[in-house]
Ligand binder design. Sequence first.
Ligand SMILES: *Cc1c(COP(=O)(O)O)cnc(C)c1O
Length: 396
Amino acid sequence: MSADDVIANDQRYILQTYQRPDFVLDRGEGCYVFDTAGRRYLDCVAGIAVNALGYGDTQVAQAIAEQATRLIHTSNLYHTRPGGELAKLMVERSFADRVFFSNSGAEAIEGAIKFARKVARERGRENKTAIVAFSGSFHGRTMGAVAATHRAKYRLPFMPVMPGVRFAPFNDLAAAQAAIAGDVCAVIVEPVQGEGGLSVAAPEFLRGLRARCDAVGALLIADEIQCGMGRTGTLWAYEPYGITPDIMTVAKPLGGGLPIGAILLTEAVAGAIHVGEHGTTFGGGPLVTAVAKVVFERIADPAFLAHVREVSDYLDEALHDFASAHPQVIELRGRGLMRGLQIDGSAGLVRQAGHDAGILLATAGDDVVRLLPPLIVERQHVDELVEKLGIAFRGL
Ligand SMILES: *Cc1c(COP(=O)(O)O)cnc(C)c1O
């Protein structure tokens, strides 16, 4: 099938929820992907912050092959080895005491909401069911997760979504404190917002949320599905704030490209969840957790995280120079290898022009160009990124 045939076939048979560019990706290598015409693209999307180790990682490929021939799936009715091993690693390297594995980010959010409601109920607080979320938030597409997602276009066409969500303005602590009343069982926040435009939580905001949650007996849920696992230069994005959440959701990079989500929680939360109260057929299966173990060990390695910080500093400097030279840049946002350029113009046009220049760029809303390169990028890739971004900006 030619590229045109592939595209025509997709357009005929696949539900059209995505507008895709007019090439067909065929293979990847390191920080690059190639289309069926052999054109090479520097990948600054990484499958939306998923492909942290880039493409063609031999350890990931080997883990898939080995576990695929041993045991792919058994259901959660039985013990297998890899899930518990991965959970132990994640517990040892986080605030958490226990882990529940799901299949996606949205599913992890659903579980987190259920657990928060259950904790309140277990304490005899029947009406403590409200959830506070923030402007610019994105937590997923299912009925609970989308209820906590701020963007009207994602939420309103599907009303009634899960009731009980209250939105407060991001980084406005006084407004958040007012919203976090006694009926609130949980506050859900992305330390660095992804889809919403790369806003970074101010230290006093996140610390203030923690204090307010403690004051009213609400749980703090950190959604680190996009910003977690090394992307901001620390293993978890909450770390530099000097606080810990009660629940954290993780997903995108964890499976090396295979679908997996995780809910990390404290023992105090875990104590409210009993056998049979939550479950999943596929979640935490031996194949995906065996692979995730390899990915997690690699990313949690202090030397790997030091590399992310080092290349992040280099990127930060390069982006500041870029912004000085390009008056279309209104604001630089984000942290680590999760960066946004808010521009005076259409981010979609820049993305489009980027394809012609040989770079994959993401967007966040209409006016933010979002950079999510694999975490294995080197300085030479940053140089190429900035050069190609410059070419793409000529489209503005
Ligand atoms: C992508 C994302 C989700 C949803 O994850 P899916 O795997 O697409 O369901 C939730 N929260 C954040 C912050 C995300 O970036």
